[in-house]
Ligand binder design. Sequence first.
Ligand code: 13P
Ligand code: SF4
Length: 370
Amino acid sequence: MLYQSPLPAQYDEHSRGELADRIRRRKQELGSCLVILCHHYQDDDVAQFADFTGDSLKLSQIAASQEQAEFVVFCGVHFMAESADILTADSVRVVLPDLSAGCSMADMAEIEQLEDAWEILSESAGATVIPITYVNSAAAIKAFCGRHGGACCTSSNAKQVLQWAMSQGDKVLFLPDQHLGRNTAYTMGHALNEMVVYDPKRDCGGLSPNELADAKFYLWSGHCSVHQLFTPTDADRIRELDGKYSILVHPECSWEVVQKADCVGSTEYIIETVRDSVAGSHWAIGTEVHLINRLANEHPDKTVRSLARVQCLCTTMYRIDMKHLLYSLDALAEGRVVNQISVDPETKRQAVIALDRMLANASSPQTATD
Ligand code: 13P
Ligand code: SF4
């Protein structure tokens, strides 16, 4: 995780209203040089300033289509800003308002571990393995996938990308989220016994020679610390509480939770599903709390609640607040770039191959802000 040094004291002195006014003024001053991209998990305090909001796929598509902007300020987490840097022209500078906004799942796959795993699979898999990384991963992991015939995916297009992978080879190494890998492969008709969990911290991933030879999907043992808080018991409890609820979850939830859900999909899908449902619908949702709260506020004619009893907050996304946004915009307006996220050219060259394959397996970009 990168370190964010404390902001100058002045940022603590402004009220919420002053911060909002200052951000608005800076946005106006910077005009069309600036594009603010915002993930759906951001707090409304920050999301109100977005030029575009979206899930990971939509934000990648929007970043790739930026031609006018000089600066992209990414209100999301580190891997999203890295992807934006890889997908935009060299002239575009990408800023992450708080450098410590990382993703614990992305940190669960290190390039050295992946190289070791690849060596083991090359010797033991007995067939062509295609590496697929969830976009929630470091640029070095994406670059590895690019140079080894693989691709990135998001939770919106994991199925299309896995179908593509199976047309390119016989087996898939899916990282870092075992749950997205398992849920997607299962939806495609693969049995759970075709999948094994590869644990990079154990010898040979903790797998026997037979397991290594027989498996079709090697699922990296990573997970999202937020989505793993939802349990099958939560789903049972909601059903018992009130039969009116439909359960809608993100595919980063465990397979056991997904089996109990009515609908499964990315943050964009979750938003569309609630939006398109009839008045009076009841939704218990398994994803990050800010998105759930926003949906509840935007749809007073529907009942929207979290599937869990505990608060499922992405603490790293939450680091991006108005103070950090203003800090990065102040610097840009004064001609300085702070917190630039910059991927080295060689990593970029290889990672863009994997990201382009991801974008090729997706529907066309949506361009309007929500
Ligand atoms: P989406 O691509 O669905 O927005 O998910 C990103 C993410 O990090 C969810 O935890
Ligand atoms: Fe990472 Fe989970 Fe936060 Fe998404 S919700 S950014 S996967 S830690």
